[in-house]
Ligand binder design. Structure first.
Ligand SMILES: Cc1cc2nc3c(=O)[nH]c(=O)nc-3n(C[C@H](O)[C@H](O)[C@H](O)COP(=O)(O)O)c2cc1C
Length: 240
């Protein structure tokens, strides 16, 4: 029964991924391609974002923290040739990192990348399987990045991709590690059709004493590169 359910899920996600890769292949060929690989001569202007921190990167507002998990910063160096990156101003960044940067531009908050000791597969279909196994096992991947002083923040933006209609298991590790009682949590998300998929309610359960904002920001993976104005409007609506 479990195997059957799993099979159905895999088929569903592959059908979606196939459709998306066909569509984004069309879009990429129209704009000259917005992804990079380590050996693509015709795309040499695209650089990989290099500074991946294992701690907080300070902004100008020490009461706001912007947390994000992205496959691109947890997949090893070869991931630059995978589908895990988008290109912003000629730099290849993980999609969640791109949205986190947009939030930082508007709020000045500190930036924090959720990093795992697990090196996730750079290959898309391997990652799909790996993440399904992690979810089936209700795994808690070990985190190697830690927030030095969580008490200093009033507001914590938390960003993650939708993986199998849920958060990546690393985000469960993250919420296990920190108690955000009395703080405001503002979710943001990148997806391929499922949007938040119930994850805001899950965060409420994991952090029952936090004020979890339901009006989170969610964007399709295909629209991340053009999301800056939408992010600014959303933040404006929240009073930032
Ligand atoms: C393992 C895995 C599972 C996914 N499951 C879903 C899903 O259930 N629903 C959905 O809309 N998108 C799903 N996606 C698409 C991701 O949410 C999307 O590609 C997102 O941009 C990934 O962000 P990142 O590249 O910054 O890690 C999945 C992607 C992966 C790699």
């Amino acid at each position: 029964m479990k195997n059957k359910k799993r099979k159905v899920r895999i088929i569903a996600i592959f059908m979606t991924a196939l459709l998306v890769s066909v569509l984004s292949g069309c879009a990429d060929s129209q704009n000259g391609g917005n992804r990079t690989s380590t050996n693509q001569g015709n795309n040499s202007a695209v650089q990989t974002q290099e500074a991946i921190s294992e701690g907080v990167v300070q902004g100008s507002n020490s009461q706001i923290l912007i947390v994000y998990f992205t496959a691109a910063e947890n997949s090893g160096v070869d991931a630059v040739s995978s589908a895990s990156y988008t290109t912003i101003d000629g730099t290849a960044v993980g999609r969640l990192r791109a949205v986190a940067d947009m939030i930082q531009e508007n709020t000045g908050g500190d930036l924090f990348s959720v990093r795992t000791s697990v090196i996730y597969p750079a290959d898309g279909s391997e990652l799909i399987d790996y993440a399904a196994d992690e979810q089936d096992e209700n795994a808690r991947p070990e985190l190697i990045s830690h927030i030095e002083n969580p008490a200093q923040y009033d507001t914590v933006f938390v960003g993650y991709p939708t993986w199998w209609y849920d958060m990546p298991q690393a985000m469960y590790s993250f919420f296990d590690e920190y108690d955000f009682s009395g703080k405001t949590i503002i979710p943001f998300n990148v997806h391929n059709g499922s949007r938040f998929s119930g994850t805001i309610d899950t965060i409420k359960e994991l952090e029952p004493e936090a004020d979890v904002i339901e009006d989170g920001f969610t964007v399709s993976e295909r629209d991340v590169a053009d999301a800056a104005d939408d992010v600014a409007d959303w933040l404006n609506g929240l009073g930032y």
